[in-house]
Structures are given as C-alpha cells and as structure tokens.
Design a protein around this ligand. Structure first.
Ligand SMILES: [Zn+2]
Length: 309
C-alpha cells in the first residue's frame, strides 16, 4: 500500500490537466512535499488524514502583483494620482523596515489563509522581507521598487541592484526581479538600467504599465508614443511583467504578445479609484511567464491596493 505524509479525502479535485478534469469526490496523497497520487478511494496509509468532503481541492493561487504594505483602507475615495501623491507615496517614503516586516508577516498569513502559494511583491526593504518568505514556506518573486522621480522614493538603485544580485536564482522558493515603478516615475535611463541588470543576472523586469489614462497621456505627451511603444523602443519589453494594463490599445496588445510580455489585470483594484476596468487587458496570444513562477499580498481590501497591488 502506498504510504504518504498527508491524504486529503473526498474533496472535489480540480486537477488542472489539459482536459480540465474535475473529480467530484476524490483523494489526494502527498509525500515529501509532492502530490504522489490522485483518485477516488485511494488505498494509502498516511500520518495525517483530512476529511475535505464539500471542499474544492485546487492548485495554489498565484498573486502576480502585490505590494506588501499596511496601507489598506487608507483614503478609499480618491483617484489614483491624488491617492499616490498625497497619501501613498509620502507614507511609503516614511516607512521603516520594521513597518514593512510587519506588513509582510500579516500579508503572508492572509495569503496562506486564502490559498495563495506564490506571489510577486514589488516593494521596499526586501532584504528584510526575503527571510520572512523563507520562514513562511510561500514562493515569492521579490522586486525592489525603484523610482527616479516622485515623493515615494525609497531604496537607491545601488541597494536594489545589490538585492537582485544577492537573491536572483539563489533560493529554491524565492527569486528576485527588477522593479522600476512606472513610466511616469522612472526615466528612460532607469528602464535601461533595469534591463541591463536583468540581462546580466538572468532575471526579469516588472513594472506598472498603462494603469491609468493619465499615464498614457503623460507618456504620449512626453515621448510622442504611448508607454508600451516607449518601453519597446527602449528594449525593455521582452519578457516584461506589466501590472494592470487597463489602457492598452490593440497595437499595444499585439506588441506585448510579440515580445513575450505578460499583463496582470486587477479589475476590482482599478475600478476602486475609477481607473477603469481591465476586460481586455491580456495580450493576445501572449505566453505566460516562462521559467520561474510569477509570483503578489495584499494591499487594498478585496482588491489589493489601487496602485497595483
Ligand atoms: Zn502595484
């Protein structure tokens, strides 16, 4: 008889196989941290058995964009730009590592309770946050948030680079990407620097992208083209993970797909500050992120926080 560490008995098992099979009442056996058998009435001995009848058994959820912070619920009634400039950025600028650590502990407990097993965090003090991920057992992509302009600046480019070099590809559950904040807070040279660093250490770039109408209009006024084409001309679109993509044109979507870039939509998050929905955010025919898992905790209630949480 098969032996296992854990058996989940009698749940509706969502297998996520190619055919989309759902087993209405089945067991899942786990040994050494891996699923070793799935099926109805498994003959298996296990140290721990959980009766999960009436529950859905699914793969872990992936939160592909978050900022582990304590800003949830602060000022619910403002457009994104006002919320960022008057509240979010000044608060973030004042953060000490102890605040971010407390936020990460709370956010990761919440993610575990919600069934999230992997997240992508773009935020501050990540050298203090990585050990918390190590202890929590979650998988994470940690991207130091970098800004050239604005009142939310935190760690320097040098500190961000040190973190990425130290953590990219160095831990079985933790990876490090490069996180230039957004086309309205990072100069061209910043995006080029992000691209160079990512290429050098073999990792990826993530950024907020086409999050608001303001962003598209501002970049178009400044650069003569929209944010997606601007980043493409800079050569940073390849394999990019873009958060939000609310204001993508058809040309943007085609361009993202050609470059193997991915978009993480957050429709409820974006509706909250009135940034718009995200019904057509996904690039056409774009592949998912290759290789390392896309990873995301929590900011605003229900929706994560407005700026891309
Ligand atoms: Zn964000």
């Amino acid at each position: 008889m098969l032996s296992a560490d854990l058996v989940l008995r009698g749940g509706s098992v969502v297998t996520m196989d190619a055919a989309g099979t759902v087993l209405p009442e089945a067991d899942v056996a786990v040994a050494d941290g891996a699923i070793v058998a799935v099926g109805p009435a498994l003959e298996v001995e296990a140290a721990r058995v959980l009766d999960v009848r009436g529950c859905a058994v699914t793969p872990g959820f992936v939160n592909a964009h978050t900022h582990q912070c304590l800003l949830r619920g602060t000022k619910e009634d403002r457009p994104l730009e006002t919320w960022l400039d008057e509240l979010c950025f000044p608060m973030e600028h004042a953060l000490q590592p102890s605040h971010t650590v407390a936020a990460a502990q709370m956010n990761q407990i919440e993610m575990i309770r919600s069934g999230t097993t992997t997240f992508v965090d773009m935020y501050r003090h990540l050298s203090d946050i990585a050990p918390i991920v190590d202890r929590s057992g979650l998988r994470a992509v940690l991207a130091p948030q970098i800004m050239d302009v604005g009142n939310g600046r935190g760690e320097t480019w040098e500190e961000a680079e040190d973190f990425v070099r130290a953590w990219a590809g160095q831990h079985p559950r933790i990876d490090a990407w490069v996180g230039p904040h957004a086309p309205y807070t990072v100069h061209a040279e910043g995006y080029l620097r992000a691209r160079r660093l990512a290429d050098e250490v073999g990792t990826r770039v993530m950024t907020h992208l086409c999050e608001t109408r303001f962003e598209v209009e501002e970049v178009t006024r400044r650069e003569g083209v929209g944010p997606v084409e601007w980043l493409d001309r800079l050569g940073v679109l390849d394999g990019l993970l873009g958060a939000h993509g609310v204001w993508l044109s058809d040309d943007d979507r085609e361009r993202l797909a050609r470059r193997g870039a991915s978009i993480v939509p957050h429709p409820s998050s974006k509706m909250k500050p009135g940034s718009g929905g995200a019904g057509r955010a996904a690039p056409r025919r774009a592949p998912g992120p290759p290789g390392r898992p896309p990873g995301g905790g929590g900011a605003t209630p229900r929706a994560r926080r407005p700026r891309g949480a």
